[in-house]
Design a binder for this molecule. Structure first.
Ligand code: ZN
Length: 112
């Protein structure tokens, strides 16, 4: 049986009420090696002019198992989404081909 993560206090922090600048701080997802999928509050002004350094984690710390597991699952989802997009393109193309064949067949039947 696989060991599960021991970090599970799972106490959701409330959105920060305090504003260090006039911008509303936003909830963002980190995709760093140490914090894959971990959400935090940041400021839209972080990289702009007079920088606001507001930063606060929303989620609990990621356990070692999930630091590996979450990026693997994310890559899998990205690949599957790409495959799905290709299938949808192919489906549209096939619908057009079938529609054209129906029209050609109808014309041929009328000309007989
Ligand atoms: Zn700010």
């Amino acid at each position: 049986m696989e060991a599960s993560c021991s970090i599970s206090s799972s106490v959701r922090r409330k959105a920060p009420m305090m504003y260090y600048c006039n911008k509303k701080h936003v909830l963002v997802v980190a995709w760093t090696e140490d914090n894959p999928g971990r959400r935090f509050y940041g400021c839209p002004n972080y990289w702009v002019g007079r920088k606001c350094r507001f930063f606060q984690w929303h989620d609990d710390e990621i356990c070692e198992r999930d630091k590996v597991f979450i990026p693997q699952q994310r890559q899998r989802i990205i690949k599957l989404e790409a495959k799905l997009a290709n299938c949808k393109k192919r489906e549209k193309f096939l619908v057009v081909v079938v529609a054209l064949l129906v029209v050609i067949f109808a014309i041929l039947c009328l000309l007989r």
